[in-house]
Unconditional design. Structure first.
Length: 368
């Protein structure tokens, strides 16, 4: 009887509208506490300590952070930042461009090209790194050197130059990450209503205008997502450099912040120094991502965004005061911002937030 009561009590809690959401969120909360919050707090504490074994821990204050002011940390930070900027530049341009072509109706063999571009994503970074290390070989047998020689150039010592080393890392990472980001952009493009492009055609927009005023605003959330992930992956890059230079970094070439953490914590057993570098890296990543998310207006409230809409973009002059009941597809808080002259029913452009446009259908004549 007691067991049946316990089962009924558990079912009552499980099916409770108040308790069920917390129960379903509990696995995530536990995982967050164990695998993120606890390691983060422990790393912060270790950054103020000198650890010489499990039972020999000394509190040394800010000494580990003072030791960060050295040429190796500056070089690692510079390399990570340059690598991140290069990856962001590539991932903000190539994926959306390729996805636009693959989403075109006139392109043939779409499935083949999609698969060919996506397959590198499934490749292990170690396997891909070995292949690229052979292609960037510093002899005539290397693929890229053989191409350069045929073009009349000279053999390039890829791994001993700062710029060429950066090219090696960016090439490997871009080859692997381009496919998945292309899929993100392609899924966003395929979710854009066809009516928006039809409305743009009626308004006389060319291909560039449709891409700028229709496509880009509609895929803005995906672009922000790709940008955030690329910044994170850029600063935490480790494997791309390791497969080229292994344990060595001649002249700090290929040395990134994460590799510097690896050197200090695991090669030199200086876990306090490694923890201090990790804390600084966490602060840098959070600061850069918070800045770019705020720049794109992700933290702005809808009513604040609506008040700041000065309506300066679109295919036609600005019209205001169109009643909501005359428009189909107009979301609450949005307003008509531009359209055809006169009171003829047609498609009009609305501006729900800065930099984003939607086309809605005017369902009846409206005198503005």
């Amino acid at each position: 009887m007691n067991q049946n009561k316990e089962i009924r009590g558990f079912r009552k809690i499980l099916y409770s509208k108040k308790a069920a959401p917390y129960l379903f969120c509990l696995p995530f909360i536990i995982s967050f506490l164990i695998f993120f919050l606890y390691p983060t707090i422990n790393t912060v504490l270790m950054s103020f300590q000198k650890i010489e074994g499990f039972n020999n821990v000394k509190w040394i204050g800010l000494n580990n952070y003072k030791r960060l002011f050295n040429i190796h940390f500056y070089n690692a930070l510079k390399s990570s930042t340059i690598y991140m900027v290069c990856m962001v530049s590539i991932m903000l341009i190539l994926p959306i461009t390729i996805a636009t072509f693959l989403n075109s109706k006139i392109l043939k063999f779409k499935n083949f090209f999609r698969s060919a571009i996506f397959v590198p994503t499934l490749t292990s970074v170690i396997v891909a790194g070995i292949a690229f290390r052979l292609m960037f070989g510093e002899t005539e047998a290397g693929l890229f050197n053989s191409i350069i020689l045929k073009l009349g150039g000279e053999i390039v010592a890829w791994k001993t130059g700062y710029v060429t080393g950066m090219i090696m890392m960016v090439t490997l990472a871009a080859w692997r990450e381009l496919g998945i980001n292309m899929v993100y952009c392609l899924s966003a493009l395929q979710s854009i209503p066809e009516e928006l492009y039809e409305a743009a055609d009626i308004d006389g927009a060319n291909a560039v205008q449709k891409f700028v005023f229709v496509t880009i605003p509609q895929v803005k959330p995906i672009i922000i997502y790709i940008l955030t992930l690329t910044i994170l992956n850029g600063y935490r890059m480790f494997t791309e450099g390791y497969v080229y230079w292994n344990e060595t970094n001649p002249g700090d070439i290929g040395l990134t912040i994460v590799r510097y953490i690896y050197q200090q914590a695991f090669q030199r057993n200086d876990f306090g120094m490694g923890s201090a570098i990790g804390v600084v890296l966490l602060a840098i990543v959070l600061t850069v991502n918070m800045f770019q998310l705020n720049f794109f207006g992700l933290f702005k409230k809808e009513d604040e965004s609506a008040q700041k809409n000065d309506v300066r973009t679109g295919f036609h002059p600005v019209y205001a005061g169109v009643p909501d009941h005359a428009v189909s597809g107009l979301l609450p808080g949005h307003r008509i911002t531009s359209g055809r002259a006169g009171d003829i029913p047609g498609r009009y452009e609305v501006l729900p937030e800065p930099g984003r446009h939607e086309m809605v259908q005017l369902s009846q004549p409206v005198h503005i």
